[in-house]
Design a protein around this ligand. Structure first.
Ligand SMILES: [Zn+2]
Length: 205
């Protein structure tokens, strides 16, 4: 038996989500059509609004809502109480939230939206490192705090950025203690992360 084309295409559309195969997609589709039409419409509206309205902050690359302002900046980059000369480098927006929850950091961020992984086609440009290099040269950054993961890709990314910072004469520290090897910041509790930030050390190879 085949579903009607509209049902079929909804199932197909759900499979674009990470971890969702054809069977889960089918279950989701049935659930919405049977008992969740109103939530389904809300989901459709929220999807549409987010896909059209969310862009990247032009300074730190974190998610930011599109505005009519001259520059699209996120709330952190617009906050005058934060120190723009201190930049914490993280791999993902989830890691920004993790560091924010530690309550320990009052600088700005640079969000890579990934880590160097040449085999997957993720090079320096995909991570915005050309933009970071320019900002390092501009002389507005006093210190970089590297908070990329402790995986192989995270370490490779950290070393690449270390080279950029050295060329620009900017000091680099790396969060250290408390972050488990091979771990992701997302899963580190706030107290541990606060300690890791306080105990950051100069980063060198
Ligand atoms: Zn920003």
């Amino acid at each position: 038996m085949k579903h009607p084309p509209l049902v079929e295409s909804l199932i197909e559309a759900f499979t674009c989500l990470p971890g969702v195969g054809p069977r889960s997609a089918q279950r989701m589709t049935y659930a919405l059509l049977e008992r969740g039409r109103e939530q389904g419409r809300e989901l459709a509206g929220a999807l549409q609004a987010a896909m059209d309205g969310v862009s990247h902050c032009e300074r730190c690359r974190n998610y930011a809502e599109r505005t009519n302002a001259e520059q699209n900046l996120c709330a952190i980059c617009q906050d005058p109480r934060r120190d723009p000369s201190l930049i914490c480098i993280v791999s993902s927006p989830a890691n920004v939230l993790a560091v924010e929850q530690s309550g320990e950091f009052r600088g700005h961020y640079f969000v890579l939206m990934g880590e160097l992984s040449p085999l997957d086609g993720v090079g320096p440009r995909e991570l915005g490192l050309d933009v970071l290099e320019q900002r390092l040269r501009d002389g507005e950054i006093r210190e970089l705090i590297l908070a990329t993961g402790t995986t192989v890709e995270g370490e490779a990314t950290a070393h690449y950025i270390l080279d950029l910072a050295r060329e620009a004469g900017v000091s680099v520290t790396r969060i250290a203690q408390g972050v488990p090897m091979g771990g992701d910041l997302e899963f580190v509790d706030g107290a541990t992360l606060a300690q890791a930030l306080r105990a950051r050390r100069p980063f060198a190879d």
